[in-house]
Design a protein around this ligand. Sequence first.
Ligand code: ADP
Ligand code: ADP
Length: 222
Amino acid sequence: MLELHNVSKRYKQGKWALQKVSMTLRPGITGLLGPNGAGKSTLMRMLATISRPTAGTITWDGDSISKRADAFRAQMGYLPQDVGVYPQLNAVEFLQYAGALKGLGGPKLKKRILELLELLNLHEVRQRPLGSFSGGMRQRIGIAQALLNDPRLLILDEPTVGLDPEERVRFRSLLTDLSGERIVLLSTHIVSDIEATADQIAILSKGSLLMKTDPSEALRTV
Ligand code: ADP
Ligand code: ADP
């Protein structure tokens, strides 16, 4: 269980990007909905331990995520909004590199990469350089990267940006397959991305959270 308690963030050259956000994330899909600039990426970067709250605490199974950062990171997967891929590497090479950065390797990593290429329907293009990938393929390789360590917590920052309508539909069914026992947090500014898939919806507006548990009820207020 991931808990945020009064989490606030002020950047050095800026105003408060987040103000006293409190929420609890349990297994299932939480959709984080809000317009550009609402603070979605700010929140996700703190959960991914890339940046720290100015105030407030984030705990994972009761411990602060910064106190036991390595143990937390081993159970967390993150798809950044600006997923950087290496255009010359092919899909397998990229995932091997990403796995090495997470301290994974050997036959276990090889097996996991093949599983993920199958799961994300990238097996046939596994030898192609990432520079030749479409937007949808790039998102899928980014999601594969986030799943390498079979994380209990999966953080996806605007994973549907750049997808065409068909890829968007496929992404929704993938998301449902992925959730299971995982805690999935997914940000988007598109209501329909999460309407059908999310177990709970959190709405961010100007750094403040409006939380509703029932998607249909939450969406009436947007
Ligand atoms: P801080 O250092 O304030 O805690 P982070 O650790 O999250 O913030 O790092 C973000 C860095 O990005 C800041 O140090 C800042 O220099 C830089 N930056 C400033 N303004 C922007 C902006 N609008 N978008 C992205 N990055 C910015
Ligand atoms: P969203 O992901 O919902 O579009 P962001 O978290 O990117 O929102 O941004 C929230 C606010 O914080 C915006 O006003 C943005 O300009 C500001 N901001 C984001 N990153 C930085 C940064 N690194 N440094 C300074 N300000 C930032």
